[in-house]
Design a protein. Structure first.
Length: 376
């Protein structure tokens, strides 16, 4: 491992050296942290540590000198002040089993960078962390928002939200994860923040499908708008605050993921819309599209909570091969021909109102220096 120059901030470990894990490591390093990446493959760790590159996942990006890497977990976690987790959601539990003995006597914050739910249990990533590490939930934080990795690695300005049931933990992590091109806000609504990151992936798959079919902007705008309603209804039914879904973790992430060709979930949907089978899509994707694995557990949670999710239902039918992608029109489905209002099931205002509130909320957050006016 190469020697790093001294950094002024906390010592942190990022577990997982894919595109988002490496990008978040860069965010932290550019904010002054002393960053060690853990990579599964020794050759990848060596490239990050010595060449300051991760050519497989972030081609053309030079990484900070204060970043290094190792493929030994114990070395990555030695003496750290914060731990960030960026592994595929379906392998998180397995990775945590390896981490637990090393972190047994530690009380450092553990931060989830993942946007998925566990297929077998339907648990959010923070819940899996709490179970496997057997740690106080006040130590756990999650990061979410409109965060397309390559754009951020190119230092294009963006923002994210850090959420923890502990305001102190959220603020500690937020201070570490900000720099001249990356701004962090905080809230204590972990449920809403996590489900926003999960659910927008499913809507992005739907957008990709209709894009692959060849439908235009009207179709996509309708699905995005009604998708935000589905996201809000689902999250609120599971204990979230509705305003969280109108912030960076909901609407912000939804817009970025649905409109960008850099989105893995959008790409997966586009391949489905072009006629590829689910198995073919998985083979073609060299990175994980979390939305594909989250469809079934999210629908089960929706049924348990009595929430209708016609967009996600039709995505599942396309994935199962029981619906022609050209027939997808979830925003048109109703139980009867009675004209319906735009209001969400939880009584929030219509899609236009949600947009107005979201923009007002963003303005208020910037005006208040990174903290939402409502303390969320």
């Amino acid at each position: 491992m190469s020697r790093k120059p001294a950094a002024s901030g906390p010592r942190v470990a990022v577990i997982g050296a894919g595109s988002w894990g490496t990008t978040f490591g860069k965010i932290l390093a550019d904010g002054g942290a002393d960053v060690t990446m853990w990579a599964r493959r020794p050759e990848q760790a060596q490239e990050i540590a010595e060449a300051k590159r991760n050519s497989q996942y972030l081609p053309g990006i030079n990484l900070p000198r204060s970043m290094t890497a190792t493929h030994h977990l114990s070395m990555a976690l030695d003496g750290v002040d914060q731990v960030y987790l960026s592994v595929p959601s379906q392998s998180l539990r397995e990775n945590l089993k390896a981490l637990r003995p090393i972190l047994t006597d530690s009380d450092v914050p553990v931060v989830s960078l993942m946007k998925g739910v566990e297929r077998r249990t339907g648990l959010r990533m923070s819940q899996v962390i709490e179970q496997e590490l057997r740690c106080d939930p006040e130590r756990i934080a999650v990061a979410s928002g409109p965060n397309l990795a390559l754009e951020i690695a190119r230092e294009q300005p963006t923002a994210a939200v850090i959420s923890s049931v502990s305001q102190d933990t959220a603020e500690i992590v937020a201070r570490a994860a900000r720099n001249r091109y990356f701004r962090t806000f905080v809230n204590t609504d972990v449920i809403g923040t996590e489900f926003g990151g999960v659910l927008k992936n499913l809507i992005a798959v739907a957008i990709g499908i209709v894009d692959g079919v060849g439908y235009g902007e009207n179709t996509k705008a309708s699905i995005i708008t009604r998708g935000l309603v589905e996201m809000t209804d689902f999250a609120v039914a599971n204990g979230a605050q509705p305003e969280t879904l109108q912030g960076l973790a909901g609407l912000g992430d939804l817009i970025a993921t649905c409109q960008s060709p850099l989105s893995r979930n959008n790409t997966a949907g586009r391949l489905l819309g072009q006629g590829y089978s689910y198995q073919d899509v998985v083979k073609q994707m060299n990175q994980t599209a979390e939305g594909l694995a989250s469809v079934a557990p999210v629908l089960q949670l929706a049924r348990d909570a009595g929430v209708d999710m016609p967009i996600v239902e039709q995505v599942k039918r396309v994935l199962d091969g029981t619906m022609n992608p050209r027939d997808i029109a979830p925003h048109l489905t109703t139980d009867d021909d009675t004209p319906q209002g735009e209001r969400t099931q939880n009584g929030q205002a219509d899609g236009g109102g949600a947009l107005r509130r979201a923009f007002q909320r963003a303005f208020d957050q910037f005006r208040n220096g990174g903290r939402s006016a409502g303390g969320n």
